[in-house]
Design a protein around this ligand. Sequence first.
Ligand code: NAD
Length: 457
Amino acid sequence: MTDDAATADKPTTTPQTDDGVGDRQAPDKSPRTANQEDGRVTRRAEVSNLEIVHHYFGRAADRLELSDDIRAVMLSAYREVQVQVPVRLADGRIHVYSGYRVQHNGARGPYKGGMRYHPEVDLDEVRALAALMTWKTAIVNIPFGGAKGGINAPADKVERHELQTITRSFMSKIDKVLGPTRDIPAPDVGTNAQVMAWMMDEYGKTHGHTPACVTGKPIALEGSYGRESATGRGLVYMFREAAPQLGLRPEETRVVVQGFGNVGAWAARLMQELGCRIVGVSDANGSLQSEAGIDAKALHEHLQEGGRSNDFEGEGVESISAEELIELECEVFIPAALGGMIHADNADLLKCKLVIEGANSPTTPKADEILNDKGIFLIPDVMANAGGVVVSYFEWVQNLQHFRWDEREVNDKLGGVMRRAYRQVKERCADDVPPRVAAYEVGIERVVEAAQTRGYI
Ligand code: NAD
């Protein structure tokens, strides 16, 4: 482990619960209504992210014939921190939020992972996302372990100054387990470059100016060029790798993007630049379609200027329901919202050739089987959406060197890493080994080897 064992808190042992690992039957339950507003957005499956991640781990671990004791180490987190974040908000009341940081595995380097601000954040969700980061950093072969954190606060419903107060309060309570050689947070759902700037500033109060302590910072504060677009760009590199084998040419490719946030908007814009047509998009406020194509750049600007997706106007653009979005005829479907959005009840409705997972755990295990049976090629989250953490790695490297690369250099290097990952995973694929299982195998093998070589296990 990367942490100094002498100074570190005693590692937490996560109880091994019945999470579906021992049960190869894919878990899936009825869709939950969370995150629904007026029925305009799609429902998410009630299977938890942790069940999803453990299920996929189990499939790969079986193929690797991993022993039970090694599985136990790989399934539990090294350290789990939960803190109380009491803040007095503008309504005069003290709101008590829960903040989390889970450091899953640091065998390959400092822990790395985003910070999510969302009312549904809980310890299990953070555990799942932390484990995903361990496999992801290993699959793209960058020298980090996996972590994740978050607060169960509604980032979009609090004032900017309240968000700053929440962030500083949280950071001041967890900074002891963070740092450039220990654990380096980054943005995720509900957080952005501004939140990272506040985190860096708060960390600096006790540790001195340390830009490498978080990534995804603003350009003005030693952020990296190309970080904001990196995850979306990484998805496009994946498309470019997969397209020839699927007979897809950009100018004949229709794309649907579910979740037009940072990842989805950049993926849509860059796919459009490549020559693809964006025929459907959605966000938490609604879903849009246009056979003629939705101008992703114009929609992005419209949202940046404070507009809402459902009042966006363009050629042939019309509002549809979240379910109708899933059913749109297209070649590429990009889920880029939250976990569990493609589930047993809607997977069969997808009409695409390729799914590129921008979100983390968007596909439940049952849905994964359905897509596989339908012959839909799927590039899994652990590889597809790694562009963000790859450029976070570049940002960390630049910060440690106090040196800045230009955007072209960042994008080119990102392309190199994503292509290498795609090809290495492809080599492991076979008729009965889809890309997700192959990717997990590659990641797990690397982590186990590092843990054994350094004598941790
Ligand atoms: P974001 O908050 O910028 O965007 C999320 C988008 O999803 C928003 O547009 C929101 O309105 C939309 N959304 C929420 N609920 C929805 C619903 N029910 N139906 C349709 N749309 C809905 O977050 P982001 O950073 O773009 O992250 C999106 C996903 O990508 C998450 O799963 C995240 O973990 C994953 N991810 C992000 C990064 C990154 O660098 N930001 C990296 C890897 C993975």
